[in-house]
Design a protein around this ligand. Sequence first.
Ligand SMILES: C[S@@+](CC[C@H](N)C(=O)[O-])C[C@H]1O[C@@H](n2cnc3c(N)ncnc32)[C@H](O)[C@@H]1O
Length: 228
Amino acid sequence: MGKAKMKKLREVSGFSFVYENKNFLAPALNDFEGNVIDWKGAWAEKAFKNKQAITMELACGKGDYTIALAERFPERNFIGVDIKGDRLWRGALTVQSKGLSNVIFVRTKIEQLDLFFAPHEIDEIWITFPDPFPKKPDTKRRLSAPSFLSLYKKLIKENGLIHFKTDALDLFDYTEGSMKEAGFELLTVQRDIYGNHLEDEITSIKTYYELMHLADERTINYLKAIVK
Ligand SMILES: C[S@@+](CC[C@H](N)C(=O)[O-])C[C@H]1O[C@@H](n2cnc3c(N)ncnc32)[C@H](O)[C@@H]1O
């Protein structure tokens, strides 16, 4: 690992609004002082000191969507989740420089989130530009594979919304199918949102990966569903 990356990994642990699961074999969440925290069912009160609804972005990378949404919706709490500390470091710097008090980041494997959050603690989920895993044997690793959808059902409140954005059409079609199969109610299914002028103020927020895909002239697709 390069020195610059090591430095980011060290620094990200020092932000008071970043919580890290440092050992996936013995999962636990640590705060910036190294204390193990167990806030299952109490994240709004403990982390945000309020009772506001929680929007969680999964695989948030540098947290672009989380931050843009948090700026637009100060009356909600936002939790960005990713496994990569160097990406979260970038997001954490932005949150700090903007002085946002309604954003935290959790560095963990998404697969272990139910160890840290109570059933139905989350009000809304966003997934933006997850890895497409195009090869057949890898499809179970997609963040819209059945095992992940079961996890989201556990985490999100009844009738909570899930939003999904991707450039990968194969993944988009797969996700439309897997969500239907799981019993989610699809409210919006939009292919090529910009080409078809379907975007709005929220769906036109662009992440680091989206900007790269747009530069490659790829189309962007969006769907929204009620988790049932
Ligand atoms: C292609 S990037 C997209 C990042 C961001 N959403 C964006 O649009 O810029 C995919 C992200 O998913 C994260 N990721 C993939 N699998 C994960 C998992 N099982 N748990 C947590 N993060 C995961 C990666 O670390 C990476 O940051």
